[in-house]
Design a protein around this ligand. Sequence first.
Ligand SMILES: [Zn+2]
Length: 86
Amino acid sequence: MSEPPDDNDAAASGRPADIAVLVICDRCGDTQEFPISFPVFIGWAARRIPVQDAFAHLSAPEREFIKSQVCPACWTTQFGAHRHHV
Ligand SMILES: [Zn+2]
């Protein structure tokens, strides 16, 4: 499938945050809230917006936390300095 993102998603990407999503670490149970835009979050959850576009305002470890429920500390513990995939 290679259908381009529709206008709604293109407009949604880059919107200011309007809600906070609470992420719980799968490994240590640590929790963190991230301010996000709900329409962008939905677009990402539906795999229409790439994570790096949807959460461009967050750091790479923070995006990874939302994506995989592994907090930056646990990620570092598990994978060390190895660069995570995008
Ligand atoms: Zn953790």
